[in-house]
Design a protein around this ligand. Structure first.
Ligand SMILES: [Zn+2]
Length: 141
Protein backbone atom coordinates (compact mmCIF):
# COMPACT_ATOMS: atom_id res chain seq x y z
CA UNK A 1 0.00 0.00 0.00
CA UNK A 2 1.17 3.49 -0.80
CA UNK A 3 0.03 6.29 1.47
CA UNK A 4 -0.61 9.54 -0.36
CA UNK A 5 1.25 12.75 0.41
CA UNK A 6 2.47 11.86 3.88
CA UNK A 7 5.33 14.31 3.36
CA UNK A 8 6.12 17.07 0.90
CA UNK A 9 9.31 17.93 -0.98
CA UNK A 10 9.28 21.47 -2.38
CA UNK A 11 11.44 22.03 -5.47
CA UNK A 12 12.08 25.56 -6.78
CA UNK A 13 11.05 25.69 -10.44
CA UNK A 14 14.56 26.64 -11.65
CA UNK A 15 16.09 23.59 -9.96
CA UNK A 16 13.26 21.36 -11.19
CA UNK A 17 13.98 22.45 -14.76
CA UNK A 18 17.70 21.65 -14.30
CA UNK A 19 16.85 18.17 -12.97
CA UNK A 20 14.47 17.60 -15.86
CA UNK A 21 17.09 18.70 -18.41
CA UNK A 22 19.64 16.29 -16.88
CA UNK A 23 17.15 13.41 -16.92
CA UNK A 24 16.06 14.14 -20.50
CA UNK A 25 19.72 14.34 -21.65
CA UNK A 26 20.36 10.90 -20.13
CA UNK A 27 17.50 9.24 -22.03
CA UNK A 28 17.31 6.38 -23.09
CA UNK A 29 19.61 5.52 -20.17
CA UNK A 30 18.67 6.15 -16.57
CA UNK A 31 19.84 9.55 -15.40
CA UNK A 32 20.72 10.24 -11.78
CA UNK A 33 21.83 12.88 -9.34
CA UNK A 34 21.31 14.28 -5.90
CA UNK A 35 19.55 17.32 -4.52
CA UNK A 36 20.24 18.84 -1.12
CA UNK A 37 17.25 19.93 0.93
CA UNK A 38 16.70 22.02 4.03
CA UNK A 39 13.43 21.74 5.97
CA UNK A 40 11.67 19.96 3.10
CA UNK A 41 12.80 22.49 0.50
CA UNK A 42 15.34 21.59 -2.19
CA UNK A 43 18.15 24.14 -2.14
CA UNK A 44 20.88 22.70 -4.37
CA UNK A 45 21.24 20.40 -7.37
CA UNK A 46 24.13 18.00 -7.98
CA UNK A 47 23.74 16.24 -11.34
CA UNK A 48 26.04 13.20 -11.68
CA UNK A 49 27.08 10.60 -14.21
CA UNK A 50 25.43 7.19 -14.02
CA UNK A 51 28.19 4.74 -13.04
CA UNK A 52 26.06 1.59 -13.37
CA UNK A 53 27.42 -1.22 -15.54
CA UNK A 54 24.14 -1.26 -17.48
CA UNK A 55 22.93 2.35 -17.32
CA UNK A 56 19.81 1.57 -19.34
CA UNK A 57 18.68 -0.67 -16.50
CA UNK A 58 19.90 0.88 -13.25
CA UNK A 59 21.64 3.94 -11.85
CA UNK A 60 24.51 4.22 -9.42
CA UNK A 61 26.49 7.28 -8.41
CA UNK A 62 30.25 6.67 -8.22
CA UNK A 63 31.55 6.64 -4.66
CA UNK A 64 33.88 9.61 -5.18
CA UNK A 65 30.92 11.71 -6.42
CA UNK A 66 28.81 10.56 -3.46
CA UNK A 67 31.48 11.55 -0.92
CA UNK A 68 32.00 14.95 -2.55
CA UNK A 69 28.25 15.66 -2.59
CA UNK A 70 27.72 14.29 0.93
CA UNK A 71 30.38 16.65 2.26
CA UNK A 72 28.99 19.63 0.32
CA UNK A 73 25.49 19.03 1.74
CA UNK A 74 26.88 18.42 5.22
CA UNK A 75 28.37 21.94 5.10
CA UNK A 76 24.87 23.45 5.31
CA UNK A 77 23.34 20.63 7.42
CA UNK A 78 21.14 19.64 4.51
CA UNK A 79 19.60 16.30 3.68
CA UNK A 80 20.45 14.20 0.64
CA UNK A 81 17.69 13.23 -1.74
CA UNK A 82 18.60 10.74 -4.46
CA UNK A 83 16.92 11.14 -7.83
CA UNK A 84 16.94 9.03 -10.98
CA UNK A 85 14.83 8.17 -13.98
CA UNK A 86 13.12 5.09 -15.37
CA UNK A 87 13.33 5.17 -19.17
CA UNK A 88 10.46 2.70 -19.64
CA UNK A 89 8.86 1.72 -16.36
CA UNK A 90 6.65 3.75 -14.10
CA UNK A 91 7.98 6.25 -11.53
CA UNK A 92 7.94 3.74 -8.68
CA UNK A 93 10.90 2.17 -6.81
CA UNK A 94 12.02 -1.10 -8.41
CA UNK A 95 12.92 -4.08 -6.21
CA UNK A 96 16.57 -3.13 -6.68
CA UNK A 97 15.85 0.53 -5.81
CA UNK A 98 14.22 -0.63 -2.59
CA UNK A 99 17.22 -2.81 -1.67
CA UNK A 100 19.56 0.20 -2.05
CA UNK A 101 17.21 2.70 -0.45
CA UNK A 102 16.71 0.51 2.63
CA UNK A 103 20.38 0.91 3.43
CA UNK A 104 20.80 4.59 2.54
CA UNK A 105 17.66 6.00 4.11
CA UNK A 106 17.52 8.77 1.48
CA UNK A 107 14.29 9.99 -0.02
CA UNK A 108 13.92 8.85 -3.63
CA UNK A 109 12.70 11.16 -6.38
CA UNK A 110 11.91 9.12 -9.50
CA UNK A 111 11.17 10.44 -12.98
CA UNK A 112 9.50 8.27 -15.62
CA UNK A 113 9.72 8.53 -19.42
CA UNK A 114 6.89 6.03 -19.76
CA UNK A 115 4.90 8.48 -21.87
CA UNK A 116 7.89 9.55 -24.02
CA UNK A 117 8.04 11.86 -25.99
CA UNK A 118 5.89 13.65 -23.42
CA UNK A 119 7.99 15.19 -20.65
CA UNK A 120 8.84 12.81 -17.79
CA UNK A 121 6.62 12.91 -14.72
CA UNK A 122 7.94 12.75 -11.18
CA UNK A 123 7.08 11.12 -7.84
CA UNK A 124 8.85 11.01 -4.48
CA UNK A 125 9.11 8.12 -2.02
CA UNK A 126 10.43 7.34 1.43
CA UNK A 127 11.64 3.75 1.84
CA UNK A 128 12.08 2.47 5.38
CA UNK A 129 14.61 -0.07 6.64
CA UNK A 130 12.08 -2.90 6.16
CA UNK A 131 11.49 -1.92 2.54
CA UNK A 132 8.13 -0.23 3.20
CA UNK A 133 7.36 2.41 0.56
CA UNK A 134 5.57 5.67 1.40
CA UNK A 135 4.74 8.21 -1.26
CA UNK A 136 5.14 11.92 -0.64
CA UNK A 137 4.22 14.89 -2.79
CA UNK A 138 6.49 16.94 -5.03
CA UNK A 139 5.55 20.60 -4.99
CA UNK A 140 7.10 22.87 -7.58
CA UNK A 141 7.50 26.30 -6.05
ZN1 LIG B 1 14.89 2.89 -10.27
Amino acid sequence: MVAQASFVVRIPEAIYQEMLAHIVASYPDEGCGVVGSKDGQVVKHYPTANAAEHPDDFSIIAEADMIRIYNAIDDYDGEMIYYHSHPKSEAYPSARDIEWAKRSGYLYIIFSHRFYPEPPYVRVFAIDADGGVTEGAVERV
